[in-house]
Write a protein that binds this ligand. Structure first.
Ligand SMILES: Nc1ncnc2c1ncn2[C@@H]1O[C@H](COP(=O)(O)OP(=O)(O)OP(=O)(O)O)[C@@H](O)[C@H]1O
Length: 587
């Protein structure tokens, strides 16, 4: 928690100092009230006291109460400002940190857990700073100040107060040790509930189509019940706090009066009045001591959850992204549009087997290199190494003659147009999706003409122009208002609009019909002749005219050459080819 609070800036520390001053004023005002109460008690017991003599301390009591409320309101305003500003910054830090994470870093936490951490956990911190800060400062000041006020007014009363404080401490320790582990579980179970809900919503069509509502309901109910039960258990124990506190403070008042009755009874006439007034003042201050601890108990309610949340947020902020880019590319560019795999092997961090073994190939500017192989043979993994979505385990990947590890992130991304296997679109409109991100090759304000050129090359101009709002047509979350093929073509247009030297197609033609697939490749050949293309595909027809085809099997290269060469002498390629096209078509 302290680690997280160290992220506060000077202004926030200054505001904490200011709120401390207002809290001290507030406590001073509150603790001054019993003094006037004692005056009133003495005056009532003294013969010949006039109403005017009682009204004056009465008015002072009202005034002090009003001023104390005012000080509390100002303190509340200041700490709310600190809490709002501080947590907004932590939320931004968490977001920025997650943006730097690689795919494998995100997998370590899971998406649902990262969502809970940036929302639910940060809200806990906000509540703590807004409420806890006041209480942490106010509770000890109130308790200690009140104790100094009652010190020396009677050892019997002081002993009763000390006993009450000890009982209180035992109760708070018991509650904290019981509740803390449960709150750790609550956050984990919230992650789980988020995961089940997220999975259910994103796969809702499959759930309906497979009559799996009950199965999913059971899964949700289990996650929901586990969370509810744990929450109930923790809150039931916390519910002991209020009656416990009331019991202790009422018993203390009772004890103070009972002890007072005995002492006053034993005293002589002259002492009785001062002892009576002492008892009234003592009982008020003793309640203030208990109130100080009551305030602390609020911290005990919030603290267990907050400690867990702070730990979870620190975990996100502490992890160094596994793929770190240089701030500046540290080598001079030697070539243009080239890719070289130099004896590359790659293993996923949590996998047992190597996904790619000793892969070597080269693509020169303007060439089209295809990668084919059965599912799981390592095609996507090979492509992912070029934009450094993962780092190689052995060997080197070079782009334009430089190892990808020596590039800055923006320099490397400026050279590459990457189209992932599953097209990813963002909510907004078509134009904002085509003009997505920054690149030194394109203007940040892409013109409509440039957007249409990219759409035309990606064979998507027609369906965009058919829409009433054209480029301004709405794109729903994940691009769900477009067909699979349309989404893929829009994703291709987005990559083309960046005018990269290298285009990476990860099975991006799979949702296109044969005619569109062919037209797209012909247009790319004509209009992007200088662009190097790496095409991962399952369909032979997509790669038939590539300059070089790499055949992968279980992560290893089992063939390398043109379609004609491979068809003549490569068994794996022949198997794939003859399973898709007839001998005549292949000829
Ligand atoms: N994120 C990952 N973590 C661990 N292993 C992975 C991960 N992604 C893929 N693999 C494994 O690496 C191997 C190669 O996967 P890859 O996705 O590169 O195959 P692919 O040839 O592209 O398959 P497909 O044609 O089905 O897309 C497979 O055995 C797969 O199980």
């Amino acid at each position: 928690m302290f680690k997280l609070l160290r992220r506060m800036n000077k202004k926030e520390y200054g505001m904490i100092g200011l709120s401390t001053i207002f809290i001290v004023i507030q406590v001073w005002l509150e603790l001054s009230i019993p003094g006037y109460m004692s005056t009133i008690t003495e005056k009532i017991e003294t013969k010949g006291t006039t109403i005017g003599q009682i009204i004056q301390p009465g008015i002072m009591m009202i005034l002090l109460s009003v001023l104390s409320v005012l000080a509390a309101v100002i303190t509340g305003y200041i700490v709310a400002k600190i809490a709002g500003g501080f947590t907004a910054r932590v939320r931004k830090d968490v977001f920025n940190q997650v943006m730097d994470y690689s795919t494998q870093d995100i997998k370590k936490f899971s998406v649902s857990s990262l969502l809970t951490r940036s929302t639910n956990d940060i809200t806990q911190i906000q509540q703590f700073v807004a409420m806890g800060l006041q209480v942490i400062i106010k509770a000890p000041i109130t308790a200690i100040w009140a104790i100094t006020k009652i010190a020396g007014k009677g050892w019997q009363w002081t002993t009763a107060t000390a006993v009450a404080v000890v009982i209180l401490c035992i109760m708070l320790t018991f509650i904290l040790t019981k509740v803390q582990p449960k709150f750790k579980m609550v956050q984990k179970l919230t992650d789980r509930l988020n995961l089940v809900t997220q999975e259910n919503l994103s796969g809702i069509r499959v759930v309906h189509a497979y009559n799996a509502e009950e199965y999913q309901n059971n899964k949700f109910n289990k996650a929901n019940n586990d969370l509810t039960d744990t929450n109930l258990y923790a809150n039931r124990i916390l519910a002991l706090m209020n009656p416990g506190m009331s019991f202790i403070s009422s018993s203390l008042t009772l004890a103070v009066y009972a002890i007072g009755a005995i002492i006053i009874n034993q005293a002589n006439g002259a002492q009785r009045l001062s002892l009576f007034s002492n008892m009234i003042v003592f009982s008020s201050y003793a309640i203030q001591v208990i109130l100080g601890f009551l305030l602390l108990s609020i911290i005990f309610v919030i603290l267990p959850r907050v400690l867990v949340s702070a730990g979870r947020i620190n975990e996100v902020l502490d992890i160094k992204p596994s793929i770190l880019f240089n701030d500046k590319s540290n080598e001079k560019i030697k070539e243009k549009g080239t890719i070289k795999f130099d004896n590359v092997s790659f293993k996923y961090p949590d996998a047992e087997d190597t996904a790619i073994k000793n892969l070597t190939f080269q693509a020169d500017q303007g060439q089209t290199i295809a990668i084919i192989g059965s599912t799981g043979s390592g095609k996507s993994s090979t492509l992912n190494l070029i934009p450094r979505l993962y780092d190689v385990t052995k060997g080197h990947v070079l782009v334009d003659g430089i190892d990808v590890k020596n590039y800055s992130e923006s320099d490397l991304n400026d050279r590459i147009g990457y189209i992932p296997q599953k097209a990813v679109l963002f909510s907004g409109d078509i134009k904002s999706n085509i003009n997505f991100g920054e690149s030194s090759n394109k203007s940040n304000n892409l013109s409509d003409q440039e957007a249409y050129m990219a759409l035309e090359l990606a064979q998507s101009r027609d369906f965009v122009e058919e829409k009433e709002a054209k480029l301004n047509s709405n794109v729903a979350q994940h691009g769900d208002n477009f067909s699979g093929g349309q989404k893929q073509r829009l994703a291709i247009a987005r990559a083309i609009a960046r005018k990269p030297e290298i285009l990476l197609f990860d099975d991006s033609f799979s949702a296109l019909d044969y005619a569109t697939d062919k037209k797209l490749r012909d247009d790319l050949k004509q209009n992007a002749a200088d662009t190097t293309k790496i095409i991962v595909a399952q369909r032979i027809s997509t790669i038939i005219d590539s300059d070089e085809i790499i055949v992968l099997d279980k992560g290893q290269v089992v063939g390398q050459g043109t379609h004609e060469e491979l068809l003549k002498n490569n068994k794996v390629y022949q198997e794939i080819a003859y399973s898709q096209l007839s001998k005549e078509e292949l000829a």
